[in-house]
Design a protein around this ligand. Sequence first.
Ligand code: FES
Length: 174
Amino acid sequence: MERCNRLVDVGRRQFLRGSAFAAAGAAAAVSLPATPAKAAPGLALVEYPSNRLANIAHQKPKEPLDVGYPDDNAPGVLLKLGTRVEGGAGPDGDIVGFSTVCPHKGFPLNYNAEDRTLNCPGHYSRFDCEAGGLQIWGQATQNLPQYQLRVDEKGDIFAEGLDELIYGRLSNVL
Ligand code: FES
């Protein structure tokens, strides 16, 4: 019986020691100075090159111009929509550019000048070029990456960034 009482006593002491450690840990956690958490930079936020893609003299409504940005292995298109749109560049605010790689599974997109959409022959996703590449139908789960454009005093059109990650890349700039 005495042996049994000793075991109970040992168990009680271990329990109390564990409780003391837990209380000390909680107190330390509460009193630690808060260090600000650093968010990882977004994947699309990288140093982009400033590439001349065309001149506004060569841009005509309804005629898409095939380009590559930020490098030649990233196909895209420059469009003169004929209507001022948000994010549009140039004197008429109607020049936009997009990646033409479908964000769903990478099929090449086709431009439809009638409704100003880019369309995927793979699984039929559609993207509105007048609304920043907004997906309007289909399997994709992301809008189309749109170019950030600048037009200089000579009318040269430069791409200087993208607002979404290009399909198949871990970083837009390799
Ligand atoms: Fe474009 Fe599937 S690859 S919708």
